[in-house]
Design a protein around this ligand. Structure first.
Ligand SMILES: Nc1nc2c(ncn2[C@@H]2O[C@H](COP(=O)(O)OP(=O)(O)OP(=O)(O)O)[C@@H](O)[C@H]2O)c(=O)[nH]1
Ligand SMILES: [Mg+2]
Length: 202
């Protein structure tokens, strides 16, 4: 049976200290590294997620730097991504304000699918869940996940849901493009369609 592979870039965007590096390391090695250093070099990891018996999704997950100043993020980071995950820490109210700033910057530079993740759910909550849910809805995030890079809670499930969403979205786009191509063939036999594809199926 042939298996279709999809690859998508996912950017982890959020304020300083919310745990994006811990999240990338959790995805990479399935362990927690208590890293106190501010990230100064962009890192990424490749997470392979089986969707079903015929579909595999690879997520290239990008950490980022300049956390307290979204405007300084290299535009290249946005170019490679199909969706952004806005990360905040449930222990830090300020990090929810950063989510809003990052969402605005993402919309300005790139635009597209957004998810939200509240990290450090192994700790006592400082950010009321209702506030985070409200912001999630206001900025148009598809879903708000609660996770812990420390214990691993919710991480696998959250990234699997993101992968499933992206694959489904891409498959719908492909179907629509096929329909348009059929229409074009009927009306203009020499016409070509160049749908922009945000993934690299191979
Ligand atoms: N309790 C708890 N601590 C966490 C979790 N994730 C990260 N931390 C801690 O939070 C601090 C910041 O984690 P990082 O992964 O470096 O956060 P970051 O967002 O990459 O930070 P910068 O690169 O400085 O912006 C570190 O002390 C981590 O050990 C978590 O899920 N639970
Ligand atoms: Mg970091």
């Amino acid at each position: 049976m042939s298996v279709t592979h999809f690859t998508f870039g996912v950017g982890l965007l959020g304020g300083p200290g919310v745990g994006t590096t811990a999240m990338v390391l959790r995805l990479k090695n399935d362990r927690f590294v208590s890293n106190q250093n501010v990230t100064t070099v962009h890192d990424s990891c490749l997470k392979v997620i089986p969707i079903d018996s015929k579909t595999v999704c690879k997520l290239r997950v990008y950490d980022n730097v300049f956390k307290d100043n979204p405007g300084f993020t290299p535009v290249n980071l946005y170019r490679g991504i199909s969706c952004a995950i806005l990360v905040y820490s449930i222990t830090d109210k300020q990090s929810l304000f950063h989510v809003k700033a990052w969402a605005d910057e993402y919309e300005r530079i790139h635009g597209g699918v957004l998810f939200m993740m509240g990290n450090k759910c192994d700790e006592e909550r400082e950010v009321p869940e209702g506030d985070a849910d409200q912001l999630c809805e206001a900025i148009g995030c598809k879903k708000h996940f609660l996770v812990s890079a420390k214990t691993g809670e919710g991480i696998e499930e959250a990234f699997k849901e993101v992968a499933e969403y992206l694959v489904e979205d891409e498959q719908e786009d492909e179907q629509q493009n096929d329909t348009i191509r059929l229409g074009e063939t009927r009306e203009t036999p020499t016409g070509t369609s160049s749908g922009s594809c945000r993934c690299r199926p191979h």
